[in-house]
Design a binder for this molecule. Sequence first.
Ligand code: APR
Length: 247
Amino acid sequence: MQNKLKEVINILQQANYIVAFTGAGISAESGIPTFRGKGGIWDKYDPIILEIDYFKNNPDKAWPHIKDMFYNVIDKAQPNPAHFVLSDWEKQGKLKAVITQNIDNLHQKAGSQNVIEFHGNTRNLICMQCQKITPVAQADMTQNPVICPHCGGLLKPDFVFFGEPIPPKAYQDAFAHTLQSDVYLVIGTTGIIMPASLLPYEARKNGAHIIEINVSPSNYTHSINPYFLQGKASKVLSELNQKLNGH
Ligand code: APR
């Protein structure tokens, strides 16, 4: 086994407070396109669709694309081995939290309990008039735009649009877990979008070991000196799990 891998296994074995920070790359093998890179969402759609002011002023233009980008893809997607390994490590008491930029609910579907959704979720919609929350399952998603069943106002996905703040509780919890971590897994993220992308830097500053899993280098790879394990998240995490738990 290469020395680096031996070191990583040793770090994981000694860890007291592992936190996983995940991006779109962990769900790529579940059939959910990433945002950037070949065939990414931003190759097909203009990010303006997810600008909050554009959405407010052009809901009938934005909603059809949002359904294609997310709702029509996510409900068919299933967790892949990467999600299940993180869920197993939580059950073993090794991994304390998953902080995810993803809105696909796959960590929860894989059984992870402590999931901090830094960018919200696709399970619910929120009314821009009465603020009431409507689960997607109870909304009429055939409408364009999708309307609040309570007041007839415009419904917006309950995930963070560009120009919107991060949900305060998610922000606080994410930073709190990050500052308690002694091992920080950075999985499948370019590290471009603030303030989420600050979290691994905070972990590093706080002395955590950074283990990055990605198919290609990211903003972190040459800046916070991680143990960089190049490869698909499901393959790398399954191998680490095999070496840690012998199965
Ligand atoms: N295994 C591991 N990493 C992968 C895999 C894979 N199978 N496939 C792709 N990747 C990596 C890519 O190399 C890239 O670094 O996943 C990352 C995907 O990057 P982005 O698409 O930019 O996703 P992410 O970093 O999560 O984007 C952050 O940007 O548009 C916003 O709000 C959106 O949450 C999103 C944020």
